[in-house]
Design a protein around this ligand. Structure first.
Ligand code: BMA
Length: 318
């Protein structure tokens, strides 16, 4: 399938889909405020399923699945919320659930959805498993607040499940990895990528964006950096590569951001100047990554990138 892209500079690694944004509040079968920050996966029949963060008009978020045969248009959106907060049984979800990251886990033959559970204690990391995105088994909060931007690796590392996540302290927010033998109790916490300091685009606060992507050269991480300046913050994306057998070990990190809010739908919305992907899928050619991202906390867009070109870029500039 040849995908029309915008006139991003040809040397840019990421090319926007020309008909962005692909999903908006106006497309929803029920009344909502905004749709953004989708997790994404491919179903066994090749269907693309973004699991979208939907903010209702009370200000709280839930998750809703959309499905498309080609991943770009003709979306079928669930007629009601797919996965709602359940504050009665999970009080840490009182103010909603946000920003899902989906990992298919062959050992469990299930999809692991790691999402943000939000309540008065702050945002924490919660887990649910599903086979079909229709019924869900909840594990509740697995990393206490303040922590978010988390995703599970698809298989165990040396016998233990591994979770990438982003705890926050008063002064900074770095990316960590933790391990578990039962998906409930987590330990072995280790920092794997630090926010830089000073004027860097990724100073002080970074976070995992989509789940790590397994490549021949290592685990590819697309992460966001949050730069503060006089007019607020800018959410941009950068790249890092981690050892396949030892994903704590960072092999490469790009110095420059590779994707930034430049289009009107990324620059203006409920939160200006945000590109925020929570999911990717790989096209049938085995090389083209489709990156599904929230634009300005308002709509959902997609960009494509060649995994080969990304790895080459990291080799030359990481
Ligand atoms: C982050 C997350 C995202 C959001 C972004 C910009 O902290 O909460 O859900 O897209 O801020 O508002």
């Amino acid at each position: 399938m040849s995908i029309p892209t915008t006139n991003d500079h040809p040397s840019d690694l990421f090319q926007r889909y020309k008909l962005n944004p692909i999903l908006k509040a106006a497309n929803w079968p029920y009344q909502v405020n905004s749709v953004f920050n989708p997790g994404a996966t491919l179903l066994p029949d090749g269907t693309t399923l973004p699991l979208c963060r939907v903010e209702d008009r009370s200000g709280h978020s839930h998750l809703c699945a959309a499905r498309s045969a080609n991943g770009f248009d003709n979306w079928e959106i669930d007629s009601k919320p797919t996965f709602m907060a359940d504050p009665e049984h999970y009080p840490d979800e009182l103010w909603g659930i946000e920003d899902p990251r989906i990992t298919y886990v062959p050992e469990l033959d299930q999809y692991a959805i790691v999402y943000t559970a939000y309540a008065s204690g702050g945002p924490g990391v919660a887990l649910a498993l599903t086979k079909d995105f229709r019924s869900f088994e909840r594990y509740g909060v697995i990393m206490q607040p303040e922590d978010k931007d988390a995703a599970l690796l698809p298989h165990r590392i040396d016998g233990r499940w591994a979770l990438v996540h982003r705890p926050v302290t008063a002064s900074n927010a770095h990316i960590w990895m933790s391990y578990s033998s039962d998906l409930r109790n987590w330990g072995g916490h280790i920092k794997i990528l630090e926010a830089r300091l000073g004027g860097w685009w990724d100073a002080n606060k970074i976070g995992l964006s989509p789940p790590l992507i397994q490549t021949t050269e290592g685990w590819l991480m697309i992460y966001h950096g949050v730069k503060h300046n006089a007019s607020g913050v800018i959410y941009r994306l950068g790249l890092a590569l981690f050892d396949l057998n030892d994903p704590e070990c960072c092999l490469k990190r790009g110095n420059e951001w590779v994707f930034a809010p430049t289009e009107p739908y990324e620059q203006h919305g409920d939160v200006d100047r945000v590109v925020f992907p929570c999911g990717t899928t790989l096209a049938p050619d085995g090389d083209t990554l489709r990156v599904y991202y929230g634009a300005a906390d308002t709509s959902i867009a997609v960009a494509t990138a060649s995994v080969r070109a990304i790895l080459q870029w990291l080799k030359e500039r990481g």
